[in-house]
Design a protein around this ligand. Structure first.
Ligand code: NAP
Length: 208
């Protein structure tokens, strides 16, 4: 499965390295494919990793990961040709008012999916510090990756990718639950930064 990652910030770069380490072919979609910064990122990712324009990366990928800042995602995603593509949306829209708050009334997941109704959308990778994709093992437990979306097939395919990274994928429902996953991300940021827990935790379910 060819994976194109749109964005080369902390999220795009970390996902690229984690997925390349599991032998997925990786291409970054970026505004500056020829820059020294992106050359360094390619060298850090994998000898076969590539960088292209966002448009070319979308054409190349089977799975497209949206790892753009919220404003960029809202501007760029509606202009892409995502019809028929599997898409994982990792974005959060974070405002700040004495602590992190939601910067969007509904959710990035719902708005982006509605802008490209012929793509197969899954909300994924957004509820934890992205560094955990490099090592999702917490003691004897694998971290859970909460995902949602309207297509069971798309959730199964992206759930498989999460499993290869070392997560237990947990399907929480349709794309409207992107709101709850994005609120959970705000809570994670609040707990990590204001409540003093630091970044070394993820949410998990206990069962008996
Ligand atoms: N940080 C975390 O731990 C974490 C965890 C989960 C989810 N998230 C969410 O994941 C998303 C990405 O986070 P990040 O920290 O990697 O963000 P970021 O560094 O602010 O931006 C990501 C990339 O977006 C691209 N970009 C910016 N403006 C653009 C524009 N106008 N047009 C096209 N591309 C543009 C840039 O890549 P190029 O310069 O290469 O084009 C940039 O490196 C955010 O929505 C964030 O809330 C973050």
């Amino acid at each position: 499965m060819n994976i194109s990652i749109l964005g080369t910030g902390q999220v795009g770069a970390t996902l690229g390295k984690a997925l390349a380490a599991k032998d997925y072919p990786i291409t970054y979609g970026t505004r500056t494919p020829d820059s020294d910064r992106v050359s360094d990122l390619l060298a850090d990712t994998h000898p076969l990793a590539q960088a292209m324009s966002t448009t070319d990366a979308v054409a190349w990928g089977d799975l497209i990961i949206i790892a753009l800042g919220a404003a960029a995602a809202l501007e760029v995603v509606p202009t892409l040709d995502l019809a028929g593509k599997l898409v994982a949306d990792a974005t959060n829209n974070v405002g700040w008012d004495n602590g992190p708050i939601m910067g969007i009334e509904t959710s990035m997941g719902e708005v982006l999916a509605a802008s490209q109704p012929n793509a197969w959308w899954v909300k994924c990778f957004n509820t934890m510090g992205i560094e955990h994709v490099l090592d999702p093992q917490f003691g004897d437990r694998k971290a859970e990756m909460l995902i949602c979306g309207d297509s069971p097939e798309a959730k199964a395919a992206i759930g498989n990718v999460c499993q290869h990274l070392g997560f237990v994928p947990v399907d929480v429902g349709s794309i409207r639950y992107a709101r709850q996953l994005e609120h959970l991300a705000i809570l994670w940021i609040q707990m990590a930064t204001q409540a003093g827990l630091g970044r070394n935790f993820v949410f998990g379910t206990l069962r008996k």
